[in-house]
Design a protein around this ligand. Structure first.
Ligand SMILES: C[S@@+](CC[C@H](N)C(=O)[O-])C[C@H]1O[C@@H](n2cnc3c(N)ncnc32)[C@H](O)[C@@H]1O
Length: 240
């Protein structure tokens, strides 16, 4: 039976290396144990929002072994998107990650749908903006330092279409948490928060979901852009 985009990601053949204990082959043909990939829950939530939005173009910051990139590419292919649909920014793919993601994407026949930007996100994102490229879904999972995540968010806002969704991995980490607190305090009119629990824990009572969010134990935080932020020079500052 052919794999369909609504199958659980674990059943998509391209995702086999990202199951527990999975391995990938690097650019030199050596086997590498996969680590640092997005969690299973994150991948489930990414798939859910991809299905809902069917974004024609997606972007991620942080490629590593390519779990999230492979999933998004496999979904683009299954819904029939063509051309370069998914962009990933990561300056360390060939050095720290031995080219594993690029090789895997190639062997899965997904390279035509993919663009890799081999630069720090603070340099790659403004360049992407200049090309006029815009995205319906952006996954921020690169450097987890406050200053880098803030820059990733700043440019992602410019690159994200109205109605598009932005997702932050590791949102319980102090650095990422600060950026999320800034968005909640200052940009809530433009960015509406979405619940990851709708998919991963649908039976949790709403109170438990709210407690998890506000005690900052949430792995993935998502916002939908409802309008372009209006930021006058004298806009009131919301402390965070
Ligand atoms: C947690 S891993 C990404 C995991 C990946 N999304 C997945 O699901 O397999 C973080 C990645 O961010 C990259 N990275 C670190 N600093 C970065 C920066 N300033 N710009 C872009 N990527 C960066 C690292 O090289 C690493 O590959």
């Amino acid at each position: 039976m052919p794999a369909t985009p609504d199958m659980p990601w674990q059943e998509l053949p391209e995702m086999k290396p990202f199951l527990p204990g999975g391995r990938l082959v690097d650019a030199k043909g050596e086997q590498r144990e996969v680590h640092s990939a997005s969690t299973s829950n994150n991948l489930t939530v990414l798939q859910h929002w991809f299905q809902k939005l069917q974004p024609v173009r997606t972007l991620e910051i942080g490629l590593a072994f390519g779990a999230s990139a492979t999933l998004l590419l496999a979904l683009h292919r299954r819904v029939g998107h063509t051309g370069v649909c998914h962009h990933a920014v990561d300056p360390f793919q060939r050095t720290d990650w031995n080219g594993c993601a690029l090789r895997h994407i190639g062997t899965q026949g997904l390279a035509d749908l993919f663009a890799h930007h081999e630069a720090l996100s603070c340099f790659a994102l403004p360049k992407l903006h200049e090309t006029g490229e815009r995205f319906g879904f952006i996954y921020i999972d690169g450097s987890h330092l406050f200053e880098d995540v803030m820059i990733d968010f700043y440019f992602s806002n410019l690159l994200l279409e109205i109605g598009g969704v932005i997702a932050f991995d590791d949102s319980a980490c102090g650095h990422v948490k600060k950026v999320i607190a800034f968005i909640r305090s200052n940009w809530s009119a433009s960015y509406s928060e979405l619940s990851p629990y709708e998919v991963t824990a649908p039976r949790w009572p709403r109170l438990k979901q709210t407690v998890a969010r506000w005690t900052n134990r949430q792995q993935l935080t998502l916002f939908q852009k409802v309008e372009a932020p209006k930021r006058d020079w004298n806009t009131e500052f919301g402390d965070f």
